[in-house]
Design a binder for this molecule. Structure first.
Ligand code: SF4
Length: 888
């Protein structure tokens, strides 16, 4: 397919940036930010910029399979429908389940939810968004009576104070961070406070970093509420007219008090006073919160502690002020809207509300409607493990890696009587357990809508041909539903048909009594659906088009039974302690990868930034546990182990560790961090505490370390530790083993692959246990392996660049074998700017030799930071570190 530019939406984070994709005649795609999209106005982050590198067919699931054998759609759909129907007939509706994903489009989500809750009659459908923002949903519902995000992205730009809580915005929502950074550049008096136990790329541009102890957010905000009261900041008019429970919430906060806040947060009296004063004195305040708040056993209380402060001061729903939950996934919000969580119905209606059940049942003409909550994600996989759920359908997600206690999840899938997986990728750690595999269309092929964190609905549109036998998720679900006997209820011709029905349902019985209403879109034509411009809900029937930035709650009307907001007491939580011999493991994201890397792992550019799973550890803990820089460490949690590269840094507090969530069995078998996270869930939201697992750490102590660059993906690693990443021209791999192979020459040949007869260049120093190998095919480097008894010090960026270069130059073979750059190819250092492949050594050189003193200077000299801007915070950090060195 070649064609005109297509306006669509980025498939990664909840910012929901508009993208213009232009297919080229050679099959490639040009990607640009959509200048007209109100989420990003043309900006993209490093992941968005690299989207074109991830749309190929490598690794795709292109045909249905049963038992690992290719089959046709009829056989596969019949097997799924028959097995689900039979299981329901024998064991009841609650014996089956769907586990879905924030990657699904709203239309996919809607029909999956309709099938499970309205036709099967169970609420056993939950989504991986449970891991992301279920605590925000629960907190919103407790306070507002509805799952409403009151504000808009524009509020971050209009605020005089932005408080970021548990949010590494610079890496996890980069375009939002860029908007905020631009606003601050225009108005330097704007204050940015980051509340995070770790120093991150986001703290680099903050005016104040409150490095609280893990899990002390409730105490911090309870202390703030008390302090606001003492400072006379109670907004009596708003609170008395529009809230209930403020006295009890305040009493609870005052019981916690300042001294406990100092003790629990680990902040000084002065730091707390400065933050509390700033918040009290700044009317236009936005508090942004994300996974650091949500992924906790007290996540819902954390959310309500934040909401209490905004309700208490009446700072909600007005320009430049309000609480703001930002979601991780591209369509987490759409999933919430259609009722994709096991404790919701559809269109923000409630399972435990008889009127709502009646509306949905009548509208859907349901033979049986679910009447109670289904199993939330963690409980769902426990039920599969116990044999209570006997058939499960997993759509577009990878729970064998992403859920806590991931090894038990894999065990559950292994035991499961019947597992269906619909996905775009053939080989994930979850697809290997599937009895039936169903190929779904990927980004660039599918059509429908998504909703971003500011309630803005945008289109995802196809610009690539559908490959193989792949089908849209909504169609697969409808095909199964029809085979289960629900023919007319799932007889949709297009995503637009589904959207119209969904929009109509949102308006039924609504009259302003429910926040979510897009009834004004219920009659949208196919042509208008195709040309649909981003719109923020609500879009009510018979109402004039709303303002460009719609906010909720400025009028003081909430969706509780009383119409008033509920301020919720947030009692002192149990302190989090890993114990004497254990540490608290915080898991999270890195800048250039997305979830379990099924797409970003395909991009050499994105793999340059951080190519290996790692574990951040404080120098005091490293010394205590005998851990040296760049060596490997073994984490143990819940009886399972992971091996990661040690990164010793004082950017996190003693007693804590941080490890990324992304690595899987396809990229680093022992780097799967979900396996060692054995943790509890929030009692209200069911969200797992992915940021406070208790683990032990010790050196891994291999006999040898290795690093290789390879043209071909290795068939085998024969190593106790390996971490594979894409590189321009091939692959790069980190290796380590407890025992050295008998013959390193044989090992190198096996690793390089047997395709070539080219001789190996060899450097051996058996006394020092150092072995270097290089292979050149027709003058081009196709493999290099460096082995030593300690971590290999070869520059990764230099070696990758050498692999990508065509043709051999004089002396190059010897410098390659030596593992160091010649004058023709100096070592750029670890990649900082992915867009222009600029390494840290190049930036340091520009600071030293060209006198660069600002991010703009670096941009002018090297281009770094001038495209997507995702690396600007890191460049700022390098500049700051240089200033500190100069000052010392
Ligand atoms: Fe995509 Fe980046 Fe925008 Fe998120 S911030 S939607 S990952 S381009």
């Amino acid at each position: 397919m070649t064609g005109p530019p297509v306006k669509t939406t980025c498939p990664y984070c909840g910012v929901g940036c508009g993208v213009v994709a232009t297919p080229r005649a050679d099959g490639a795609v040009d990607i640009e930010g959509d200048p007209d999209h109100p989420a990003n106005y043309g900006r993209l982050c490093s992941k968005g910029v690299a989207l074109a590198e991830t749309v190929g067919l490598e690794g795709r699931l292109l045909h249905p399979e049963i038992g690992g054998e290719r089959t046709g759609w009829d056989a596969a759909l019949d097997r799924v429908a028959t097995t689900f129907s039979k299981t329901i007939a024998e064991h009841g509706p609650d014996s089956v389940a769907f586990y879905v994903s924030g990657q699904l489009l709203t239309e996919d989500y809607y029909v999956a939810n309709k099938l499970m809750k309205g036709y099967i009659g169970s609420a056993n459908i939950d989504t991986n968004s449970r891991l992301c923002m279920a605590s925000s949903v629960a907190g919103h519902k407790r306070a507002f009576g509805s799952d409403t995000v009151p504000g808009t992205y524009r509020d971050l730009e209009l605020a005089d104070l932005v408080v970021l809580v548990g949010s590494n915005l610079a890496w996890c929502h980069p375009v939002l961070q860029q908007r905020l950074a631009a606003a601050k550049a225009d108005r330097p008096e704007m204050q940015i406070v980051v509340v995070d136990p770790r120093a991150t790329a986001t703290t680099e541009f903050a005016d104040m970093h409150l490095a609280i102890r893990p899990e002390s957010d409730v105490v911090l905000f309870a202390g703030l509420l008390d302090s606001l009261f003492r400072a006379g900041k109670l907004n009596k008019r708003f609170v008395l007219r529009h809230t209930t429970g403020w006295g009890e919430a305040l009493r609870c906060a005052r019981e916690i008090g300042l001294e406990t806040a100092i003790e629990r947060t680990g902040l000084s009296r002065e730091q707390l006073a400065a933050f509390y004063r700033l918040f009290a004195e700044t009317e236009r305040t936005v508090t942004v919160y994300s996974q650091g708040v949500n992924q906790s056993v007290s996540g819902t209380d954390k959310v309500n502690a934040i909401l209490n402060c905004h309700l208490f001061t009446g700072r909600i729903g007005r320009p430049g002020m309000g609480p703001f939950s930002v979601t991780g996934q591209p369509n987490a919000m759409g999933g919430r809207e259609v009722g994709g969580l096991a404790n919701q119905l559809a269109c923000h209606m409630a399972l435990d509300n008889e009127t709502h059940r009646g509306i949905v049942r009548d509208f859907w003409r349901s033979p049986r409607i679910a009447w109670r909550d289904g199993l939330k994600a963690v409980d769902l996989f426990d039920a599969i493990h116990a044999g209570d759920v006997k058939a499960v359908w997993i759509m577009g997600t990878n729970p064998a890696d992403s859920l806590p206690n991931a090894a038990k999840v894999a065990e559950a899938l292994d035991r499961s009587a019947f597992t269906v997986v619909s996905d775009v990728m053939r080989d994930t750690d979850t697809t290997q357990y599937a009895d039936v595999l169903l190929p779904a269309t990927a980004w660039g092929e599918k059509s429908g809508t998504v909703t971003n964190s500011e309630r803005r609905i945008s289109r995802q549109k196809p610009f690539l041909p559908i490959p193989g036998d792949a089908r849209p998720d909504w169609r697969i679900i409808c095909d199964v539903a029809q085979r289960m006997g629900f023919r007319s209820a799932f007889d949709y011709g297009s995503a637009a048909d589904i959207f119209r029905e969904y929009a109509a349902l949102s308006a039924v019985g609504n009259n302003g009594g429910r926040d979510f209403d897009i009834g004004g879109l219920a009659d949208i034509s196919d042509a208008d659906f195709d040309e649909f411009a981003p719109v923020q809900w609500p879009v009510r029937r018979d109402a004039a088009p709303g303002p460009w930035d719609h906010r909720f709650f400025a009028d003081g009307r909430f969706y509780t039974a009383t119409g008033k907001a509920q301020m919720v007491p947030t009692p002192l939580p149990h302190p989090v302690s890993a114990g004497e011999t254990r540490l608290i493991l915080n898991s999270g994201r890195v800048r250039d990868h997305w979830h379990t890397m099924t797409r970003t792992g395909l991009s050499p550019r994105l793999s340059r930034h951080l190519a290996e799973p790692f574990c951040e550890i404080h120098p005091a803990d490293a010394s205590r546990y005998d851990i040296e820089p760049a060596t490997l460490v073994e984490l143990e949690g819940g009886g399972r182990k992971a091996v990661l590269r040690a990164l010793i840094t004082d950017r996190l507090p003693p007693g804590s560790l941080f490890a990324p969530m992304h690595w899987t069995g396809q990229f680093a078998e022992t780097g799967r961090i979900g396996r060692v996270i054995d943790t509890g869930t929030d009692l209200v939201s069911g969200q797992p505490a992915l940021k406070s697992a208790s683990v032990t750490i010790r050196p891994f102590a291999p006999a040898w370390y290795g690093f290789a660059v390879l043209r071909d993906r290795p068939v085998t690693f024969d190593a106790d530790y390996w971490a594979l990443a894409r590189a321009e021209g091939g692959w790069r791999v980190e290796l380590a083993g407890r025992w050295a192979p008998e013959d390193w020459w044989v090992y190198a040949r096996l690793l390089f692959g047997a395709k070539s007869d080219a001789a190996l260049l060899v450097y051996r120093d058996p006394a020092q246990q150092r072995f270097h190998f290089a292979r050149y095919d027709e003058g081009t480097l196709t493999g290099a392996l460096f082995v030593g008894p300690e971590p290999v010090s070869v520059s990764r960026s230099w070696a990758v660049d050498r692999l990508a270069r065509k043709g051999v130059r004089i002396g190059e073979q010897m410098t390659t074998l030596a593992g160091r750059g010649g004058a023709d190819l100096p070592d750029p250092g670890a990649t900082t700017c992915t867009c222009f492949s600029i390494g840290i050594n190049q930036i340091a050189d520009a600071i030293e030799s060209e006198g660069c003193r600002t991010v703009a200077d670096i941009g002018a000299a090297l281009g770094a930071g001038t495209n997507c801007g995702s690396c600007r915070s890191e460049i700022e950090g390098i500049l700051n570190a240089t200033k500190i060195r100069e000052a010392v």
